[in-house]
Design a protein around this ligand. Structure first.
Ligand SMILES: NC(=O)c1ccc[n+]([C@@H]2O[C@H](COP(=O)([O-])OP(=O)(O)OC[C@H]3O[C@@H](n4cnc5c(N)ncnc54)[C@H](O)[C@@H]3O)[C@@H](O)[C@H]2O)c1
Length: 313
């Protein structure tokens, strides 16, 4: 039986390239996209003869029902999900500092447009919960059927190098990408221990896709700052691997939150031009900051156990 993968935002750019990579590695890929013409893209994909055809699942990743439908469709194929690439993302939908429509300031400003945050962050949080659910369900179903327990799964979030650096033209985008980096670093080890999947992030620099404004690609190419898709796929290969060994072209530039001997988890791979840099959190300012984050005595855990018990959660 082929391993099963879900990719969101799968019908263009990075999602399409990662889907093709998974197909070539033998995966049955469920390709989710909001583009109603995505089915034509998926139907046109070449694949090795023994690999099952990919399936297009139309939907908006920011809708709980749509993303749950994508997971249920994939799970019902083989009662497990091996890989989930939370990739769909969009740029800012408004300029937070745009000139006021009413120069007298009599009218209130329009409400903040939540689309970018809903897709880039909300859908990733929702996708994480769905992955936890189906990972545990796979273990439960395998036990009930007296079959082999499912192998360790993989979730990879497409963040951005603007999850590390400021991005004044797209501050909401930068905020959401910083947030997914924090999520991965905070939950990577727990996801592996408590839900049987690793959780990592790819942080690409500028890759020519449908995302950036037309005309920018040629100028950035002139500067020599294009990141090739192959470097993104190298980072993906790292997170699909079985060991924490780093191949050529991948370097560690900071100590990660969750070092261990097994597969990488809680890692953020900055992908720039031909290089992959594994990033940890920023260095601790002092021992107090390390103590709060690493929680060696389990004080946060105990505090929140009591608080949640009191709140009935
Ligand atoms: N291209 C880059 O330079 C770059 C750099 C860093 C990070 N990224 C990230 O890579 C990811 C993929 O972007 P891309 O560059 O391939 O862009 P893209 O526009 O080429 O592809 C994005 C795909 O996501 C789909 N999509 C958009 N909103 C959706 C939704 N609500 N539900 C489901 N599908 C949706 C689109 O239809 C499209 O097929 C994004 O998260 C983006 O932030 C891209």
């Amino acid at each position: 039986m082929a391993p099963v993968a879900i990719v969101t935002g799968a019908c263009s750019g990075i999602g399409l390239a990662m889907s093709k990579e998974l197909i070539n590695r033998g995966y049955k890929v469920f390709m989710g996209d909001i583009n109603p013409k995505g089915g034509e893209v998926v139907d046109a994909l070449a694949r090795p003869s023994a690999v099952p055809a990919p399936t297009f699942v139309h939907g908006n990743v920011a809708s709980f029902e749509d993303q749950a439908h994508l997971f249920e469709t994939a799970y019902s194929f083989a009662q497990h999900i091996d890989v989930f690439l939370a990739n769909a993302g969009v740029d800012d939908r408004e300029d937070l500092l745009a000139e006021p429509v009413d120069p007298t300031f009599a009218a209130k400003p329009t409400p903040y447009n939540a689309t970018t945050a809903d897709i880039n962050l909300g859908a990733v949080l929702q996708g994480f919960k769905l992955m936890v659910h189906y990972s545990r369900r796979a273990e439960y179903d395998a036990k009930a059927a007296c079959s082999t327990p499912p192998p360790l799964g993989r979730m990879v979030v497409t963040s951005s190098t603007f999850g590390l650096y400021p991005f004044p033209t797209n501050p909401v985008y930068a905020a959401t990408k910083h947030a997914t980096r924090g999520l991965v670093q905070s939950l990577g080890r727990r996801a592996e221990k408590e839900a049987n999947f690793t959780l990592n992030a790819i942080l690409p620099a500028f890759v020519p896709t449908g995302l950036a404004p037309e005309g920018l690609v040629a100028q950035i190419r002139d500067w020599g700052y294009i990141t090739e898709m192959d470097t993104v796929l190298k980072a993906l290969g790292l997170f699909l691997g079985e060991t924490a060994e780093l191949p050529n072209g991948v370097q560690r530039v900071e100590v990660p939150a969750a070092l261990g001997d097994g597969p990488l988890t809680g890692e953020c791979a900055e992908v720039s031009m031909a290089e992959v840099y594994l990033r940890g959190s920023v260095p601790f300012a002092n021992d107090s900051q390390r103590w709060f984050s690493e929680d060696p005595d389990g004080l946060w855990w105990e505090g929140y156990r009591q608080k949640r018990a009191a709140d009935g959660k």
